[in-house]
Ligand binder design. Structure first.
Ligand code: PHE
Length: 448
């Protein structure tokens, strides 16, 4: 069994690596764009601190107190009904399911890195057609790129917590930051676009807030902090002794928000400077709008495009790694599998599902890969983001808030937050968090 733990900084970077991902690069700017900019950010910040932060600490405590994989930790900690409670640990399978379609998207990013070295599409139609071709006509490229990403991610996880995951994060996260920072500096030279982008992101416009915005912001906060699918307890089980849990969590949340905002500033500076559409959603914003904007800049555009897509690649890979680890860690600890053997089993599942996701967009096979009338890709995204993550987060919070002993939690957190804040946290965990998650879930299932 591999028994190495994270170093303190390694833990923060790995957890931030998990949090910072395609969610920040794609969901964040898209949702900000669609929901009136700054108002959405304000809401997102409030919900991140009042709800997500509270539940995050609960998940941390499961890992830290249980010191094992999610299933065994919960089993160990539950005073009664051990078996039933420990079943909730299997929400970690949600992370494996996310990995399958998430790595397909990282595959597209890889393809765009390659394209960024050549001629970028000049018009929106061209860019749209090019992206469409990759999805619906060029299954070979999509599968090839997915396979490369798959190998990189599984190779990193196979090296274990310290020499694999920590090492990867320790160089990818700072590189991501440097690349983004460089792009941000460049954005500053487009002063007109930059000022408009900053205004759009930071000058509050509260008219744009509605119930819908509220719920979207909460959903994003959960997705973005990798909640409800066992990632946080698994990483926390590998924390070094005497880590200041509050300081680490705040750093992780701060990095997550900072990178989201930097991404937002870069993306919107380009969009405003060149008259792109702020409300274009999903892949459109990144793979279509931004690609054409880069094309307008000539060679510098190529450099920017490479830097941008490489930073997305790093953000994505560090998240993907965290999706595989919980289940691998479980198989290794529970069944004494070697890491390699565990990864072969998980790998087969992820690879098959990933290919199915690619084929669910590929025109000739799309029909055979639809589930409940949705392409497999969308179905998996829906099942995990809208159902498994919120339910997982609710169960983990309820377990810590209602089942675990308050003394044990105070022992864990008391030193770092004091009695006053501990009581507030405990109250929020028991009442605010379940109610908030319940509402968002019902809303998402019933459709907008
Ligand atoms: N937080 C990641 C992102 O923002 C996604 C993620 C979800 C990672 C679930 C791990 C587990 O892209």
């Amino acid at each position: 069994m591999i028994n190495e733990k994270f170093s303190k900084i390694g833990f923060v970077l790995a957890m931030a690596g998990s949090a910072v991902g395609l969610g920040n690069a794609w969901k964040f700017p898209t949702m900000v764009g669609n929901n009136g900019g700054s108002a959405f950010i304000v809401l997102y910040l409030v919900l991140t601190f009042c709800v997500a932060f509270v539940a995050f600490l609960a998940e941390l405590s499961i890992g830290k107190l249980g010191e094992s994989d999610v299933v065994s930790s919960i089993y160990k900690l539950a005073p009664k009904h051990k078996r039933a409670w420990s079943l909730s640990g299997f929400f970690m399978i949600g992370a494996v399911l996310i990995a399958s379609f998430y790595m397909v998207v990282i595959g597209w990013i890889l393809k765009y890195i390659y394209l960024s070295f050549g001629k970028l599409p000049v018009t929106n139609e061209q860019a749209g057609a090019e992206f469409d071709t990759l999805l619906t006509n060029d299954a070979f490229s999509a599968i090839l790129c997915f396979s490369i990403v798959f190998l990189i991610v599984f190779f990193a996880v196979s090296k274990g917590i310290k020499s694999g995951i920590e090492r990867l994060n320790v160089w990818m996260m700072p590189s991501l930051f440097v690349l983004l920072f460089g792009m941000l500096c460049y954005s500053l030279t487009m002063s007109d676009g930059f000022v408009k982008a900053a205004k759009f992101l930071f000058v509050p416009n509260f008219d744009a807030i509605s119930a819908d915005t509220l719920l979207q912001a909460l959903g994003l906060a959960f997705f973005s902090l990798s909640m409800g699918v066992g990632v946080i307890p698994t990483y926390a089980a590998n924390l070094p002794e005497r880590t200041n849990l509050i300081k680490s969590t705040l750093s992780i949340i701060f990095i997550n928000i900072l990178i989201g905002i930097m991404m937002g500033l870069v993306v919107f500076t380009f969009i405003f400077a060149y008259g792109g559409d702020t409300t274009q959603g999903g892949p459109g914003l990144i793979f279509v709008s931004l690609a054409t904007l880069f094309a307008k800049l000539g060679v510098i555009g190529n450099v920017m495009a490479v830097a941008f897509f490489v930073s997305l690649l790093f953000a994505g890979v560090t998240s993907a790694v965290s999706m595989i680890e919980p289940f691998a860690y479980y198989l290794v600890r529970k069944f004494d599998f070697t890491r390699k053997k565990a990864l072969v089993y998980i790998g087969i599942l992820v690879y098959v599902l990933g290919i199915a996701c690619v084929l669910s967009y590929y025109k000739p096979t799309a029909q055979n890969f639809s589930v409940f009338g949705k392409p497999m890709f969308d179905a998996l995204d829906y099942l995990t983001s809208n159902i498994m993550m919120p339910i997982g987060a609710i169960i983990f919070s309820a377990f810590v808030g209602w089942v675990l002993k308050k003394d044990g939690l105070f022992f864990l957190f008391g030193d770092f937050m004091g009695k006053f804040w501990f009581e507030i946290w405990y109250f929020a965990l028991r009442f605010l968090v379940p109610i908030a998650i319940f509402i968002i879930m019902i809303y998402q299932i019933l459709g907008k």
